[in-house]
Design a protein around this ligand. Structure first.
Ligand code: GRF
Length: 206
């Protein structure tokens, strides 16, 4: 069974969708730990409700970014985590963590990458005036939202959308494709070749 470590900074609705998809049997995986940088994160309540260990690791308790991310990586390794899931972790992840989980760490971004990386992807898309936006699950490499793309989902963007209405529409798709990407990973169906992610079709039983 795939062992997952989740990093989240806020409300944790994506974290919840992963929990729900495990509970429903869609995902054959177990969440070993939630790590957060924010003691106020609602994700902590969600973890408690589902008996998932939650650990608060604050960057200001470390001399620099490298030691912070090394500590997170070691914590995840100690818990035997095979896949790290960034579910609204509002920091640029540092090299020591990226190296230890190369192509074993996924992030969800609320825009169709490579457009509108970084913060406020939904607002950036609206300000630009796009007619289609969406979300992207990608592996985490160095560089903000630059890693190989695993799955994307598109939604319409309307002229009278607010940041909130577009975000809500995108979030519904986030809750669908993030668990799906994790499922593909857990079934060993993902291969990364340079920037290209190849997804093996499921074998058909006749
Ligand atoms: C989502 O919009 C996700 O795409 C972005 O951060 C937000 C997290 O939301 N990376 P939640 O905490 O999972 O509800």
């Amino acid at each position: 069974m795939l062992t997952i470590g989740v990093l989240a900074s806020g409300r944790g609705s994506n974290f919840q969708s992963i929990i729900d998809n495990i509970d429903s049997g869609f995902l054959k995986a177990g969440i070993k730990v939630l790590i957060t940088d924010n003691p106020e994160a609602y994700a902590i309540e969600r973890a408690k409700k589902h008996n998932i260990e939650a650990i608060i690791i604050k960057p200001k308790e470390f001399p620099d970014g490298d030691s912070y991310y090394l500590h997170i990586a070691e914590t995840l390794k100690k818990k035997d985590v095979a896949l790290v899931v960034l579910a609204g972790f509002m920091r640029v992840v540092g090299k020591p963590l990226i190296m230890k989980f190369h192509n074993k760490m996924m992030n969800i971004h609320p825009a169709l990458l490579p457009s509108f990386p970084g913060l406020h992807g939904q607002r950036q898309a609206l300000d630009y005036g796009v007619k289609v936006s969406g979300c992207t699950v990608h592996f985490v490499h160095e560089g903000v939202d630059t890693g190989p793309i695993i799955i994307q989902a598109a939604v319409p963007a309307y002229g009278d959308d607010t940041e909130e209405s577009l975000s809500d529409r995108i979030l519904q798709q986030e809750h669908r494709i993030f668990p799906l990407a994790i499922k593909l990973f857990s079934e060993g169906r993902i291969t990364v070749s340079g920037r290209n992610v190849i997804i093996k079709a499921k074998e058909r039983k006749c």
